[in-house]
Ligand binder design. Structure first.
Ligand code: GLU
Length: 294
């Protein structure tokens, strides 16, 4: 398919919360090869909004592994933690548009939400926030703010849905998605403890960094629904998306930090060379995905 990209840049956007495993290598290598094929830049972005979970050692380890894999990115690396003002400005704009509201819900409720909002929701369960704080009256809301209660900002999906109608977007590999916006729920766009979330910062950064083609695992397809909505609300450039298959272990379980997938470091320590690691991913898989990009 002839792609109509607004820019030829691609990106790899790891969170420095663990060592890279084969799943990350697949994502990074595919995005890198795609940029080469398109003649665009391959951009590395460090998604470190969560200062509790991010760690300098893991960040160094990402650079080391990418070097070892001979995956070359542009010099300028964006650290999300340096750009909180950008995210705050977007929250302000959404607030003025009446698209978000303060949510004061209790810690335990928020805890579950934090797991979803701060990190890329690779295991999104889409349990929908019941809307408790959306229904607060003006006075109730004012009282809570006057009491200095801390709050997260949630997307008012009903308001967004009214404005945008159904969402239709196309994935190069998976085809067209038609999403009744209402199924998404009032996701957190800024956490209580951080003025942003994975959804907001990744969407804004893809725009700011002029990423024309976003490539990432297919477990993030549902996240893209939210990113598309944010792009439409904020008038951002919309990249083209290609969600690739996930790398599974021998039991068919998705590789993740949580399942303690073998890391690049451990593969390297066991004597594997760069080429061996790439063979493990299946060169053919990468080539057949690349054939979708013209
Ligand atoms: N930081 C996210 C992750 O590590 C990036 C997801 C994305 O590519 O948008 O999963």
């Amino acid at each position: 398919m002839k792609l109509n990209l607004y820019s030829n840049n691609t990106r790899f956007a790891p969170s420095p919360t663990g060592h890279m495993h084969l799943g990350h290598v697949f994502s990074a290598l595919f995005a890198y090869e795609a940029a080469k094929k398109l003649g665009g830049k391959f951009i590395l972005r460090i998604e470190d909004i969560d200062s509790q979970r991010s760690n300098q050692l893991f960040e160094e380890s990402i650079y080391e592994d990418l070097d070892w894999l001979e995956i070359k990115y542009v010099n300028e690396i964006r650290h999300q933690s340096d750009h909180m003002e950008d995210y705050k400005a977007a929250i302000n704009e959404l607030f003025k548009m009446g698209m978000i509201y303060q949510c004061f819900c209790s810690r335990s409720e928020i805890k579950a939400e934090i797991m979803r909002a701060g990190n890329a929701p690779h295991e999104e369960d889409y349990s929908i926030y019941p809307g408790t704080c959306r229904r607060l009256s003006v006075e109730e809301r004012k009282t809570k703010i006057d009491q200095n209660l801390s709050y997260a900002w949630r997307l008012n999906i009903r308001a967004a849905s009214k404005k945008l109608g159904n969402l239709i977007w196309n994935d190069i590999r998976l085809g067209q998605h038609t999403v009744p916006v209402g199924i998404i729920g009032d996701v957190v766009l800024a956490r209580k403890d951080i003025p942003t979330s994975y959804h907001l910062s990744a969407t804004l950064d893809d725009h700011i960094q002029k990423i024309g083609l976003v490539t990432r695992g297919e477990d993030l397809v549902t996240a893209t629904h939210i990113h598309k909505i944010l792009q439409m609300l904020l008038g951002l450039k919309s990249p083209t998306y290609l969600h690739h298959p996930l790398i599974m272990d021998t039991k068919g379980v998705r590789l993740s930090k949580r399942t303690r997938a073998q890391t690049v470091k451990s593969l390297k320590a066991s004597g594997l060379k760069r080429e061996d690691v790439i063979d493990l991913l299946g060169k053919k898989n990468i080539l057949s995905l690349l054939s979708l990009i013209n």
